[in-house]
Structures are given as structure tokens and as C-alpha cells.
Design a protein. Structure first.
Lengths: 449, 468
């Protein structure tokens, strides 16, 4: 029994980073080396060497891939998993004071499931209930680690904006319908697309005034003066960081007109949109998105689920890519997140991307969009050893993830997971039985007085 | 019927004696002082509400009323480290299943200010949503709260009672559970800490904040505002000429008047999150503040124990152990996760786990403060490995230390407040009978045991009851 328990622990706990060589793999690098058959050497959590023929470091573990496919860890540019207590602070139209970082939940089973689908990094976004939403950040799917340990170190944090039906509350523009407890729901500005633009512009007017106040204070302090420090406003502080290029703006959007509006509003206020998210009509304004320098993170073939998504086409990703935009495919969903590999595959069907271009949309392209392409997104020497081994062609429906490493540490092993299932079931049954026997009514109850 | 009459009679006597003798001696009893030795046949003398003497060679003063303590054991009065007793509107420990801290379901009665959270929709932190940080439990006490007697019958003589509605609910007070005319008679320490809840959000459409991250952000903003408020106020008091006066903000005043803050955390993830958040708040706070975590249901997990040990933050551990849901007739429990089952199995072992590594903790009733519930809940922790001695400490001297009141309560020592429990049998045992309770030197006879079953399962978050 004890042995069994130890066995379970060993199967669940990620093995530490070690030196190993995955050999005889079909490596889709998404980097300069393209696709090759050979080996990848991992040391100290980094990719130490790749090639048809490599030197095996002393004491390295050999992992025989048997010709199977190795790809860089998948990166999801739009996810809402791994949070506690809701991902929408929907009460206000500017909720930039809230931060996903405060509510990271490393216990969310969706992390493990994403991992089992080959995802090693995900951009955890605030919801789309507000014109300007909360602060966001990318996480690595280090299942079993603490909240802090999941944070993608060094990555630029982000903020979510949203346009269109969600922030204008198309379902309930006037408010007043229904009530929560004793509280009547009150209408929340804005109720139109015009209003969404106004909220964003007004917020940046305030942010600029706030920034000026702080800049004046900082300048005075630098001169040796002792002015009274201005109030720290968490809402405006996040927007100040946007103006200072310290925080990426990820904009939820659908229609071409609102995309153009957002570009104008950003240009007028002197900041850049880092990515347009969903961006289902991006193909109509690809030139303008490209000129602004934004990336586009879209769905493969998910559309018509609401009016503003009616003009979507599955060729969107390919068309935008052909205009030179860095395009990624995202999940926005814990289930879809488990098979982003096949989402990438759809880019080959719709729009004729080759396999490298298609796989890039869930690996190196989202890495570029999130500003983390120096360390992840492709299998190249010096990058983090975030690797996924498939038992078949990665963009096929039939391919299964067999092993996943992050920073050279193995976090998922399909065989071990399957083998551990029986022990978990047994433990569960044992606990249930224990509870049932404890619940049988006690016989020594004292009579009531 | 006869029994009832006898009981009523005894109860009346107890009541009459409440203002009774000023000097009392309990003789020839086993005395468990907690701070010092156990006297197998000792005497403790109470005078004017204080412990005048304790030992095995104590002279009984000639004016003392004597309790012949043969066959009885005397313990220090128990301390409930977190309660709502004495604030009738703030909680409903007997509230069918929902119970929990600040229970009472959705009831929005008008009475005490403790639950009068502003109902207007908040549009941001500036509206100070769900905030009554200035409320003092001591000011909300109602001498007629019937729960005082119930709780006291469990052997609890002292409670740290809190307003619990809202995010910044208000400041807790240490009270002695005397039955008197004036609530002020109960108060030991008017303010010991600010009760912060993470479940005060009103949900989608209900105003700011509506999510956990909104609440966290709001708490952080209020601390930042307090910091700035103090800065500006100090500058103004130094030289008001030519300076606009800072606007009075009672939410910030209440926050700064709190010597500690209490954060809720049940799961390991929450413990980790709140320990980091608390450290952040301490750094921002313009006044020195202590920090306490409450809840700690998963404190049996080695990771949680490790975190708490490292952080050196005192913990209030809820005695409301998680209970299984009502089983369906066919007994299908397959939808419960292994994790939930483990939690239910292991939760009562958390006190033992913390005691083992020396994390400072106290047990609190969390609504299980009726005699039978309370005794069962503590016994569960003992059955799960907590030593009897530590169980007693976690309800006497440890909470006293956590709140900085061990110089007056928590053990039987000369000069301390005369709060005692007199039992037949070892305290927390199934068959043990609490014979008398002394609070401030006044003798009370416990009310007959209630008809059990007041506990109900643990709420998802500490403090979640009634705030959702």
C-alpha cells in the first residue's frame, strides 16, 4: 500500500530539470532549422543543441522518440483558465485596476488538461465585459507549482480592451432588468459603439493627466525637492504603463469599423495595440492593422455565434498572414485549448498555408505577439526547453500528446497518467467507504432533555 | 416536566448569583492552569472578578463562598478566537446549514449597524463599496443576545467578536461573555483587528467590485489611499497655511485604527495568495499592523503547513469541518473529486499538523459554538492527532497570545481575569459535563444541551455565509 502511495506521488510530481537527449525525432523547429530528423539536447532547462547528429552530454538520459514528432510548446494567446473568483470585473466600464496576477489559481485542472494538449504557455486575459478591462499576463503551464512559479518571468504584462457587443452590453443596454438581492441592476455606460470609443478616449485623457502629475513629481524629486507624493490610482496606473510602453494592449474586437476606430484612438493617444483578439473581420482591414504594427489572434473557423461575428470567414487567418500580419490562433476556451494543434491544421485547409506556417500560428507567432519569442516559440539553441512529443503527425486529429516538457522539466507523461488512474480510483473508493462507515448513525446518542 | 422545573430553578439561582459573592474559592479540585502546572488537588480563589490565588496550599479567605471541587476539574475559560456573538444581527450560528461566519442568509433586516452596508451601486473604489471599517464590535454589542448564554455553556468565556458584513466589515473586540445590563461590561479590548472578507462581491451587475480580483484590487487601493491620506494629513497638520485641507475619510480612519487585519484563506492556493497579499498590505499600511489568516481548512497539506511556518503569521483555524453532502438514495458519489474527499478526510488533522511544526494558531468556532457542536468539533481534531493539551492551548493561551491579551486571560494565574470552566471529566470528552462557568468572577450554570445538529457543512470561503 505504501509503495502504491509513493508510486502515485512519483507519477504526479514533475521530475526535476535534467540533462537529456530526445533522439530519433521528427523535429518541427519553427526556427531556422526547419523540419529535420534527429536529436534535441536539453541541459539546465534550455535547448543546448539540435541537429541530425549531436554530442550526447555525459550522464544524459536518452529518450528514444522512435521517429515521432517533436514540436515547440504550444502558446495560446487568449485563454481564461487558471483564475479564481471570476475573470470579469464587469461592474465598471474601466476595470484596469484589477489584475489576473492576483487570482492565479494553479489548482485549476484546466492547466493540466491544456498541458495534456501540448500547451506550455498561455496568455491569461481578463474577460471582455468592459471597454477597458483588467491587467493580464502570460503563464507557463507548470502544473503542480505555485501561483508565483507559474508566471512567465520577464514577460511584458498586458491589459485587455474590448469593443462591440460585450462592453456595450447589447443584451441589456438600459439595465434595470432583474435584480441581485436587494440591488437593482443599474445601466452602465456605454450602450453603443460610440460610447465604447468615448470611454476609451476619456480614460486616456485621465491617464495622461495622471501621468503628467506623476512626471512632475518625479522631476521635482530628481531636483532634490520634497513635494507631496500624488495619490496612486491603480486604475490609471495601468493606463500610464500603457502610455509608457510597459504594458501590452490586447483588444477584443470583431468588426472592421471598430478595429479602425481602435487604431485611431490608439494613434491619437500615442500608444500601440499589441494584438487584436478574435478580429474576425481583420481580413477586411489587414492593411491598416499591418500599418499600425499590431498582431492578430483569431479563431480558425468559429463564427456566427453572434451578430458581430456574422461576417467571419475561415480564411481570415491566412488572408491576414498574407498581408504580413503576425497571426496566431487562440482558444478562448478551456476545451478548445486542448487541441490547438488541429486548429493550426485548419490553416492548411483554409488558405493553403504550409505546415510550418500553420504550426507557427500556435507557437512562434503568439510568442512574437507576447514579446516572448526570444525564449520560447521555437526549437532553437538557447531557448527554453518547452517541448511537446506527439505520437503522430501533430496537426492530425489522431495525434496524441505523449510527453510535455517545460524548462526541461517533464510536466506531462501520458503513459504515467494512464497508469496512475487505477490507484486514484482506488483511493477515492477507499475514502468514500471510510466516510460511509463513519456516517452510520451513532448508537450512543444521549436522550434529549 | 419536573426536570425542567429544576432547571429553571437552578437557572434563576445562577442569574441571582451573577451579581453574587465577591470572593469565591474552588477547593480540592484538579486545576489545569495551562500556563503552569496541573494541581491534582488544588484551590483557586477568585476575588472581585480576578484570580486572587491558585495552588495546592492556598488558604481559603474567611469571606469566601466555597465550591467543593472534589471530582471536578478547573480549566481557564475558553476563548473563541473569532465569533459574532453579542452582535445579534451579524450572525446566525443556528441558521439552518448556511451558518458560517456572518451567516443569516440573505436577511436584510434593519437593526444593527453591523449589517447596514451601503446598498447603493458602487462605481469604483472611491465609493468605498462594502466598507464599514469604522464599525467597532464593542459599539454594536447587544446585552440581550441570547447566543451569549449558549456560547458560554460551551465553556467559552471570552470571544473575539467581529462585524462580518462587507469587504472591510469593521473592527473586532474582545469581550467577556457576562450577562449584564450594559454591553460595556463585556468589553476587554475594543479594537483588535479589521475583518476583511474576500467574498463581499455582489456578482455580475451588482456594482464594484464583482469579482475576487476586484475585491483584491479594492483592498489594495484602500491601503494605498490610507497611505496617501496619512501623508497629506501629516503635512497639513505640520503647516496648514496655504494648503487645502485633506478630506475626512472614515473608511480610511477605520482602517488606520485597526491594530491588525484578518484575511480569509482556506485552500493552500488561498493561503499562499493571502500571505503574499498580506505582506504587501503591511508594507503599504501607514500604521504598523499585525496580520492574521482565518479559515485554513487545507492547513493539513504539507505545502500549506510549510507556507504558514515560513511566513510566521498566526492562523485562526475554523472548527467547522467540511461535511459530506446529503447522499442520494442510490449512493452515487461519483461526481465528487478525489480532492474534495481528501479534504473532508484530512481537514480535522490540520490543527495537529500546525501544532507539530510550531505554527501559532487558535481554534475558532465558526458557528459551531453550541455546546454539543463545539465539543464534537474539538474532539474531531483530537481524534485526528491533536494532543489534548494543545487543543486546550489553542482555545486559551494561544488565542490570548495572538491578540496580545495573555497578560489578562488564557490561563489560571494570580492576577488574571477570573474566567474559569469547571467540569466533571476531561474537557472535550463525549461524556464530560460542564458544571459551572465563571466569567469575570461571576458564576454561571450552563444551559441544558441543545438538541444538536446546529453545525452544518463548512462554507466555501471563511466568512462566505450571508455575503454571497
Amino acid at each position: 500500500m505504501k509503495k502504491l502511495a509513493i508510486g502515485i506521488l512519483a507519477a504526479l510530481a514533475p521530475l526535476g530539470a535534467e540533462t537529456f537527449v530526445i533522439q530519433n525525432a521528427t523535429v518541427m523547429t519553427e526556427g531556422s532549422k526547419g523540419i529535420f530528423k534527429g536529436s534535441v539536447v536539453v541541459k539546465d532547462g534550455k535547448i543546448a543543441d539540435i541537429g541530425e547528429k549531436v554530442m550526447v552530454p555525459a550522464g544524459a538520459t536518452i529518450i528514444e522518440a522512435g521517429g515521432l514528432y517533436l514540436i515547440p510548446g504550444i502558446i495560446d494567446c487568449h485563454s481564461h483558465i487558471a483564475g479564481s473568483g471570476g475573470i470579469n470585473e464587469g461592474s465598471v466600464s474601466v476595470s484596469s485596476m484589477v489584475n489576473i496576477k492576483d487570482i492565479i489559481n494553479p489548482d485549476d485542472i484546466a492547466i493540466y488538461r491544456a498541458l495534456a494538449g501540448g500547451v506550455t504557455t498561455a496568455n491569461i486575459l481578463h474577460g471582455s465585459a468592459n471597454s477597458i478591462g483588467g491587467q493580464t499576463l502570460p503563464l507557463k503551464m507548470r502544473w503542480g507549482k505555485s501561483a508565483e512559479e507559474m508566471i512567465f518571468a520577464g514577460a511584458t504584462p498586458g491589459i485587455k480592451f474590448a469593443l462591440g457587443e460585450n462592453p456595450k452590453r447589447s443584451g441589456n443596454p438600459q439595465g434595470g432588468r432583474g435584480a441581485i438581492g436587494a440591488i437593482q441592476i443599474q445601466a452602465r455606460y456605454p450602450a453603443t459603439r460610440m460610447g465604447v470609443e468615448d470611454v476609451i478616449r476619456e480614460a486616456f485623457n485621465q491617464a495622461k493627466a495622471y501621468k503628467a502629475e506623476w512626471d512632475a513629481y518625479d522631476a521635482a524629486v530628481a531636483k532634490g525637492e520634497h513635494p507631496i507624493r500624488p495619490r496612486t490610482d491603480l486604475k490609471l496606473q495601468a493606463l500610464k504603463e500603457v502610455l509608457e510602453n510597459k504594458r501590452y494592449v490586447h483588444v477584443h474586437c470583431y468588426r472592421a469599423d471598430e478595429i479602425l476606430m481602435m487604431i485611431r484612438a490608439a494613434d491619437d493617444n500615442g500608444f500601440k495595440v499589441r494584438t487584436f483578439q478574435h478580429v474576425l473581420e481583420g481580413y477586411k482591414v489587414a492593411k491598416e492593422i499591418k500599418e499600425h504594427g499590431a498582431g492578430a489572434s483569431t479563431f480558425s473557423d468559429w463564427w456566427a455565434y453572434k451578430i458581430e461575428a456574422i461576417d467571419a470567414i475561415p480564411f481570415n487567418a491566412a488572408l491576414m498572414a498574407k498581408k504580413g500580419i503576425v497571426v496566431s490562433l487562440n482558444s478562448d476556451d478551456a476545451e478548445l485549448m486542448r487541441h490547438l494543434n488541429t486548429e493550426a491544421g485548419k490553416a492548411m485547409k483554409y488558405g493553403g498555408m504550409n505546415e510550418t506556417e500553420a504550426l507557427a500560428m500556435v507557437t512562434i507567432n503568439p510568442a512574437i505577439q507576447l514579446g516572448i519569442d526570444k525564449t520560447v516559440g521555437s526549437i532553437e539553441v538557447g531557448k527554453d526547453a518547452d517541448l511537446v512529443l506527439y505520437d503522430g503527425y501533430p496537426m492530425s486529429d489522431f495525434a496524441k500528446v505523449t510527453k510535455v516538457w517545460i524548462d526541461g522539466t517533464q510536466y506531462f507523461d501520458r503513459d504515467k497518467e494512464v497508469a496512475a488512474q487505477a490507484a486514484k480510483d482506488a483511493e477515492k473508493q477507499q475514502l468514500l467507504e471510510k466516510e460511509r462507515s463513519a456516517q452510520r448513525p451513532p448508537s450512543n446518542r444521549r436522550p434529549n432533555q | 416536566m419536573k426536570k425542567l422545573l429544576v432547571f429553571s430553578f437552578l437557572w434563576c439561582c445562577a442569574y441571582a448569583l451573577a451579581e453574587g459573592p465577591s470572593t469565591i474559592a474552588i477547593t480540592n479540585a484538579k486545576i489545569v492552569t495551562v500556563s503552569g502546572q496541573v494541581y491534582s488537588k488544588g484551590t483557586v480563589v477568585l476575588k472581585d472578578g480576578l484570580i486572587a490565588a491558585v495552588g495546592d496550599n492556598v488558604v481559603v479567605p474567611p469571606d469566601a463562598w466555597v465550591v467543593a471541587g472534589e471530582g471536578m476539574t478547573v480549566y481557564p475559560g475558553l476563548i473563541d478566537a473569532m465569533s459574532t456573538v453579542g452582535i445579534p444581527g451579524a450572525a446566525a450560528a443556528a441558521g439552518g446549514g448556511r451558518g458560517g461566519r456572518g451567516g443569516g442568509g440573505q436577511a436584510q433586516t434593519a437593526a444593527p449597524a453591523a449589517q447596514a452596508v451601503p446598498a447603493e451601486r458602487a462605481w469604483g473604489p472611491e465609493d468605498r463599496p462594502q466598507t464599514t471599517s469604522w464599525l467597532l464590535a464593542a459599539d454594536e454589542l447587544q446585552a440581550g443576545d441570547k447566543r451569549v448564554e449558549t456560547v458560554r455553556s460551551s465553556g467559552i468565556t471570552t470571544a473575539v467578536t467581529y462585524p462580518t458584513r462587507g469587504i472591510f466589515a469593521g473592527q473586532g473586540s474582545v469581550i467577556d461573555l457576562v450577562t449584564g445590563e450594559k454591553p460595556a461590561d463585556m468589553v476587554l479590548v475594543p479594537s483588535v483587528g479589521q475583518y476583511i472578507s474576500m467574498s463581499g462581491g455582489r456578482g455580475f451587475g451588482g456594482g464594484f467590485p464583482s469579482s475576487l480580483m476586484g475585491i483584491i484590487s479594492y483592498v489594495r487601493q484602500l491601503y494605498l489611499d490610507a497611505n496617501h491620506y496619512k501623508l497629506v494629513k501629516d503635512a497639513y497638520s505640520q503647516n496648514p497655511r496655504g494648503m487645502q485641507r485633506p478630506q475626512y475619510d472614515r473608511a480610511l480612519e477605520g482602517l488606520m485604527a485597526s491594530p491588525r487585519f484578518l484575511l480569509p484563506a482556506n485552500q493552500t492556493v488561498e493561503i499562499d495568495r493571502m500571505l503574499r497579499f498580506g505582506a504587501e498590505l503591511k508594507a503599504i499600511s501607514p500604521v504598523p499592523q499585525g496580520m492574521i489568516l482565518y479559515g485554513a481548512r487545507e492547513a493539513y497539506a504539507p505545502e500549506a503547513v510549510e507556507l504558514l511556518k515560513k511566513a510566521n503569521v498566526p492562523v485562526l483555524l475554523s472548527l467547522r469541518w467540511p461535511a459530506p453532502p446529503a447522499r442520494s438514495a442510490d449512493g452515487d458519489e461519483s461526481n465528487e473529486t478525489l480532492r474534495t474527499l481528501i479534504e473532508r478526510d484530512k481537514a480535522p488533522s490540520a490543527p495537529a499538523a500546525l501544532a507539530k511544526v510550531g505554527v501559532r494558531f487558535a481554534l475558532y468556532s465558526d458557528g459551531t459554538d453550541a455546546p454539543r457542536d463545539f465539543q464534537r468539533a474539538v474532539k474531531k481534531a483530537i481524534d485526528a492527532g491533536l494532543s489534548r493539551e494543545d487543543a486546550l492551548r489553542a482555545l486559551t493561551v494561544w488565542p490570548a497570545e495572538i491578540y496580545g491579551i495573555s497578560d489578562r486571560v488564557g490561563s489560571i494565574e494570580k492576577g488574571k481575569i477570573a474566567n474559569l470552566v469547571v467540569t466533571k471529566g476531561e474537557i472535550f470528552d463525549d461524556r464530560t459535563q460542564i458544571v459551572m462557568v465563571f466569567v469575570d468572577g461571576r458564576k454561571y450554570t450552563p444551559e441544558p444541551p441543545a438538541m444538536g445538529g446546529r453545525g452544518g457543512p463548512a462554507t466555501e470561503e471563511p466568512g462566505a455565509g450571508g455575503n454571497q
